[in-house]
Design a protein around this ligand. Structure first.
Ligand SMILES: Cc1cc2nc3c(=O)[nH]c(=O)nc-3n(C[C@H](O)[C@H](O)[C@H](O)COP(=O)(O)OP(=O)(O)OC[C@H]3O[C@@H](n4cnc5c(N)ncnc54)[C@H](O)[C@@H]3O)c2cc1C
Length: 409
């Protein structure tokens, strides 16, 4: 693009689910958006089987608004209940507890969708809607008074008023904006896979906690298939990933202890580092961080991508306000508004998931006992249970407008 051409409002860097949702949300409110990054890998059957995302209702509402949900709906499984089983040997053994969406008058807390299918569907929509989707990496960003200049790995530089940094955990955009990070280490790894089982899951997701780690099963559209997230010490997870299928099925069956009946098959397994990261600021120098460029959470409680989608929708609100008022979409006032809008949600989710992860890993009897008491309280008190469910679904602040506009089911 030559410098004499008009500068687009926004360049979104990173074509993961958060970046693509941000690009579509910003295009939806009328911004001129260019998206740039390596294209997502096609949703092959084995990728489909590996990692899924539990999307909460507000995220599904955003996807409905962006006209992406119709292509995903029939591949998504509703999450009608979440069951927590504490199988640890703590002093105060917590009771089994079930959170049901119908206690909140909802048909489901959300839907479980294959990560690769979600990204591929968002990508197809971005290609149809955006003026340009550029399939190269970004090497560097510099900021001039009225625009950001993006140096691409191939071709001419790209200009934009606002850069949306959705380039994941090692974000180059974040670095170029001079934003530091605080990292948390857990000495844990996660194994993701899917499996089929004799007993129907009945749209219930189960978290089974033991000393040193947890196993979560999340329903897939087939009533006899679930996705699996097994969190534990890195060496143990590496061993489980390498096991032959038969031995892995035995190990899983032992861990689940008959929860979903006999296990008949297991799909491709993948291992992920469990990490925690939060950016020191969510925006600076014409750059707004979205998704894992701004925050990474351990995969407990299905919060990570839902938080990234709320970033996307919230940024769209801030940019819409600026465009309607004829202001610069990358101006400091827009970046300030975005930081203010996201601060509370990001901070409370990051701290909440960190606390939860550490309480599940602790071997200290007083902390184990405290966890047991909290779960006893939740089991006994419907009001407390409902409050926790509401907070888990969305922050107590108002949702961004694109998450409120979806047509009713
Ligand atoms: C095992 C596991 C289970 C999970 N389950 C859930 C769940 O149930 N619900 C939930 O909400 N979250 C879940 N999460 C979290 C969720 O998967 C992540 O939050 C989400 O995938 C992050 O998406 P993203 O778009 O921010 O980042 P990414 O998916 O990492 O995308 C970053 C993109 O940036 C691109 N990029 C990188 N560098 C450059 C560059 N220089 N130039 C251009 N492009 C670049 C990359 O190619 C990539 O496409 C889970 C995570 C794990 C590990």
């Amino acid at each position: 693009m030559s410098p004499t051409k008009p500068v687009p409002d926004v360049a979104v860097v990173g074509l993961g689910p958060s970046g693509l949702a941000a690009a579509l949300a910003l295009a939806h409110i009328g911004a001129e958006v260019v998206a740039v990054g390596p294209p997502p890998l096609p949703a092959t059957k084995s990728a489909l089987e590996t990692r899924t995302a539990a999307l909460l209702t507000s995220s599904v509402d955003l996807l409905k608004t962006l006209d992406v949900w119709p292509a995903l709906e029939r591949h998504a499984a509703p999450l009608q209940a979440i069951r927590i089983i504490d199988a640890s040997r703590s002093l105060i053994r917590a009771p089994e507890i079930e959170f049901r969406a119908d206690e909140l008058g909802l048909p489901a807390f959300g839907y479980n969708v294959a990560n690769s299918l979600l990204t591929e569907t968002l990508y197809a929509r971005a290609q149809a809607v955006l003026p340009a989707v550029i399939a190269v990496g970004v090497n560097e960003i510099t900021v001039e008074p009225n625009k950001a200049v993006l140096t691409l790995s191939k071709g001419e530089p790209l200009f934009a008023r606002l850069v949306v940094a959705a380039d994941g955990r090692l974000s180059i955009c974040r670095k170029c904006a001079g934003i530091g990070v605080t990292e948390r280490s857990y000495d844990q790894a996660a194994l993701a896979a899917s499996f089929t089982h004799a007993r129907a899951h009945e749209n219930v997701s189960t978290e089974l906690h033991r000393e040193g780690g947890s196993v979560t099963t999340v329903p897939l559209p087939d009533p006899h298939a679930s996705s699996l997230i097994w969190v534990g010490p890195p060496a143990e997870m590496a061993r489980l990933v390498r096991l032959d299928v038969e031995s892995f099925v035995d190990a899983l069956a032992q861990r689940l202890d008959g929860l979903l009946g006999a296990i008949s098959s297991v799909g491709a397994r993948a291992e992920f580092k469990v990490a925690g990261l939060v950016a020191d600021r969510l925006a600076a120098r014409r750059t707004a961080l979205v998704g894992e460029a701004g925050h990474i959470l351990p995969p407990i409680g299905a919060q990570g991508l839902n938080l990234g989608l709320r970033d996307a929708a919230s940024l769209a609100d801030c940019v819409a306000d600026a465009l309607h008022a004829g202001r610069d979409p990358g101006g400091d006032d827009v970046l300030d508004a975005y930081r203010r809008a996201r601060q509370f949600d990001v901070m409370t989710r990051t701290l909440g998931v960190d606390l939860l992860s550490r309480s599940l890993l602790t071997s200290l009897p007083p902390l184990q006992a405290a966890r047991g008491l909290v779960l006893h309280g939740l089991k006994a008190l419907a009001l407390l249970r409902r409050a926790v469910m509401c907070v888990g679904l969305a922050p107590p602040t108002e949702l961004p407008s694109l998450m409120r506009r979806a047509a009713p089911d």
